[in-house]
Design a protein around this ligand. Structure first.
Ligand SMILES: *Cc1c(COP(=O)(O)O)cnc(C)c1O
Length: 373
């Protein structure tokens, strides 16, 4: 048996007719950049997560850069980011002209360790980027409390967190994206809500922030040649808007399927060898399982075993951000980030996607069992 890491083909087949029509409609109308499909998607996505504004942009990395620029963050400023994330999170800080400050991750949730944020706050700190890694919301109450105390902006990088929920002490269950001043999403094809190419979005409830972000993403203009400031070109394509519009209707159902698959893995993997299954606090978070990440000291051998059995696995991420060559200039040692540095050799992402079958999951579980026996 072969188990892919994600199966975008079977997803496409399940919605082929509807999807083909939506894309053909864009071709007929030649609405290639922005246009009605993008506007409709922006409205529908904002509604789906309970926000006022959504601005479609070119990709999730641009969304972060535009968010930082919109908040006037740049040279001389510092931005706190988790040590365990995809490089886009920290790359955006540098692209905006600010300085990256890494904070280690929590030993159980893999998200930013909120107990270690304050020691990294300086006079130059302007913002914290909270990443909802693997689809599990970061501890937003704690992040917001620190931000309020030190007068910092909070940006949520929800590239992996579409429809994830967090229980806030002063608002109950809410979707990620609503907690910070501005939030960003990626619709890279492999994300929980994936386009058929690159796409991303910025969401916010602040009218002024929304207006500025929309202008920034479109050459600093509102109307065609009326440029109030210099921005960039980062707009969502009409085809991507149409694709995302179709898929958004299925996202709640697909999310439930991911949750069922994650629960099935955890029930059956618990107790095998030294495996640590993902931890989450049911009272506080409802993850959306962009990734299902286990931990074991035999990671490399297990990875090889599973690959040999036709099971596609991944490592997210094999080198913690501060340990990358790209950040050598910061002069960190792995010991500065003990959790992220240890985990980079222990974490393993198993196949998870809405269409994964019980047979595929059983095959993964059986092969993990034989490895440890
Ligand atoms: C995918 C991802 C991004 C970047 O999104 P792109 O659309 O690929 O530019 C940013 N942050 C995180 C955590 C991601 O997983």
């Amino acid at each position: 048996m072969n188990v892919p890491f994600v199966d975008l083909k079977s997803q496409y087949r399940s919605i082929k007719e509807e999807m083909d029509n939506a894309i053909l409609n864009i071709l007929e109308n030649t609405a290639f950049i922005k246009g009605k499909a993008v506007e409709d998607f922006e409205k529908d996505f904002a509604t789906a997560i309970g926000m006022k504004h959504c601005i479609g942009v070119g990709n999730g990395t641009d969304a972060l850069i535009i968010a930082l620029k919109t908040l006037n963050i740049g040279p001389g400023d510092e931005v706190i980011v988790p040590a365990n994330s995809f490089i886009a999170t920290s790359e955006a800080v540098t692209a905006a002209g600010a300085r990256v400050v890494f904070v280690d991750n929590h030993p159980e949730t893999y998200n930013i360790d909120v107990t270690k944020i304050e020691q990294s706050v300086t006079k130059r700190t302007k913002a914290i980027i909270a990443v909802h890694l693997y689809g599990q919301p970061a501890d937003m109450d704690a992040v917001l409390a620190i931000a309020e105390k030190h007068n910092l902006y909070v940006i949520e990088d929800s590239a992996q967190g579409h429809l994830a929920q967090y229980y806030s002490e002063n608002g109950g269950w809410k979707m990620t994206g609503i907690f910070g001043h501005i939030a960003t999403f990626s619709f890279y094809p492999g994300k929980n809500l994936g386009a058929y190419g690159d796409a991303g979005a910025i969401v916010t409830n602040d009218d002024q922030v929304a207006k500025k972000a929309r202008m920034y993403a479109n050459h600093g203009r509102i109307s065609k040649y009326d440029h109030e400031f210099e921005g960039v070109n980062s707009r969502m394509d009409g085809i991507q808007g149409a694709v995302l519009g179709v898929k958004l209707n299925y996202l709640p159902e697909w999310t439930e399927k991911r949750r069922a698959a994650a629960a099935y893995y955890s029930a059956h993997l618990q107790g095998i060898g030294d495996i640590v299954v993902p931890f989450f606090d049911e009272q506080k978070v409802k993850p959306v399982w962009h990734l299902y990440v286990i931990r074991t000291n035999k990671r490399d051998a297990l990875l090889e075993h599973l690959i040999n059995k036709g099971i596609a696995v991944g490592i997210h991420y094999p080198i913690a951000l501060p340990n990358l060559k790209a950040y050598q200039y910061l002069g960190h040692k792995p010991a500065d980030f003990p959790v992220a540095s240890a985990y980079q050799n222990q974490i393993l992402s198993l196949p998870i996607f809405p269409e994964i079958t019980r047979e595929q999951q059983d095959y993964v579980i059986e092969n993990i069992k034989t490895f440890f026996s």
